[in-house]
Design a binder for this molecule. Structure first.
Ligand SMILES: C[C@H](O)[C@H](O)CC(=O)C(=O)O
Ligand SMILES: [Mg+2]
Length: 394
């Protein structure tokens, strides 16, 4: 088959959930009181949306091939991301062969180095890369997991992230990762409250269920060390993203400080093989957690994952829904997956990118069969009921 080229790239934005999963309505657990780096300012403590956690919104990138086939990818980047795609990246995307993902990634990354490297620019590059893999799967009539070498197991197993690990246990998940509520600025009282909550959850779930804390970059080494040491009594499996992402030295110290057997996990706000190289070579963590929509997409994740494998480390992607599932099932060093509980009260399973996608698979009883992923590309469709805007054209 002769490979089509890309005829047009289009960048859309959409609000209300989707890839910007923090862009939820009032009273959603994910936007409630959670420890954050802004928690030192009391006015920004009660609600994460107060400091703008949801300002970006979702970016949808569509790539249309010369034969009319369309692939798409979604990420967190909104209008800023749409501007970058339409005004800068389009020149590399249009005219490229649909299978030339490697060359395209290299061009997008190098052309944006002077203002990119991490953060929103890498989210955008990821979104384009995911659209290209989706297109390639559709053109070849194969699921992306087949393009990546094929599954190494028949099903995926999930832990749940949300405010109600006790309910996640009843839903068949392997474990529950809770948001840490109180940060260092809330002193000893906050520390005691955090521990009391963990104790209560351990009591509720029993001893054979993983419990983890997601600290969303909010702590310092001293606080995280004390928290981890005291959490040993309640068998905390891992402490996640305890420190700001740039504090590689702090992570290395924390990893030396935590009780034997407790994992230090991080990486959802890290990007590219070079960022993860720092985490791995400095022995910052036990598990890396790249977000497929933020770290550079599938093309970059393949490199990050190989590097982690050579360091004997697991890759358990952050969120990422189908982008994670198609990848994880092809790697031996990705033995389980995250599922983010998007129901406002974390009391039922709702697709992570809801309501933006149709056919988005979800775990049943904490598991997902590979057969649920057996559709061309990433196997999902854009929901026509979600109103997309195209703020810029080129
Ligand atoms: C719950 C966390 O604060 C965040 O919203 C999600 C996250 O970090 C994770 O799923 O991991
Ligand atoms: Mg996290």
């Amino acid at each position: 088959m002769s490979m089509p080229t890309i005829r047009e790239v289009r960048a859309y934005t959409v609000r209300g959930g989707g890839a910007d999963y923090h862009d939820q309505g009032e009273d959603h657990w994910i936007d409630g009181q959670i420890a954050t780096p802004m928690g030192k300012y009391p006015e920004y403590r009660p609600h994460r949306r107060n400091f703008g956690l949801n300002v970006l919104g979702t970016l949808v990138v569509e790539v249309e091939a010369t034969d009319g086939t369309v692939g798409f990818g979604v990420t967190t980047a909104g209008e800023l991301g749409a501007w970058i795609v339409e005004n800068h990246l389009a020149r590399f995307i249009e005219g490229t062969r649909a299978s030339d993902v490697e060359k395209l990634w290299d061009q997008m990354f190098n052309a944006t180095l002077f203002y990119g490297r991490k953060g929103i620019v890498l989210n955008v590059i990821s979104g384009v890369d995911l659209a290209m893999w989706d297109l390639l799967g559709k053109l070849r009539d194969e699921p992306v997991h087949q393009l990546l070498g094929g599954p190494v197991r028949d099903e995926l197993s999930f832990y749940a992230t949300g405010a109600r690990p006790d309910l996640a246990r009843d839903m068949g998940f392997l474990g529950g990762k809770m948001p840490l509520v109180h940060g260092p600025a809330e002193g000893d009282d906050g520390m005691e409250r955090n521990l009391a909550h963990l104790a209560k959850m351990r009591e509720a779930v029993g001893s054979d269920f993983w419990l983890m804390w997601d600290c969303w970059m909010s702590l310092d080494v001293s606080y995280a060390t004390r928290l981890a040491q005291r959490a040993r009594e309640f068998d905390l499996k891992w402490i996640e993203e305890a420190l700001p992402p740039d504090d590689y030295w702090g992570y290395a110290e924390l990893r030396r400080n935590v009780p034997t057997g407790m994992w230090v996990n991080t990486g959802e706000h890290e990007a590219t093989r070079w960022g993860f190289r720092m985490l791995l070579e400095m022995e910052c963590c036990d598990v890396i957690q790249p977000d497929v929509g933020w770290c550079g997409g599938i093309t970059e994740l393949l490199k990050i994952s190989a590097l982690a494998d050579a360091h004997g480390r697991y890759v358990i992607p952050h969120g990422s829904s189908v982008y994670s599932y198609h990848f994880v099932v092809t790697r031996h060093n990705s033995p389980f997956s995250e599922f983010l509980m998007m129901a406002p009260k974390a009391d039922r399973v709702v697709p992570m990118f809801s309501p933006l996608l149709l056919d988005e698979p979800v775990p049943e009883n904490g598991r997902m069969s590979v057969s649920q992923l057996d559709r061309p590309g990433f196997g999902v469709r854009l929901n026509p009921d979600c109103e997309l805007a195209r703020p810029f054209t080129h």
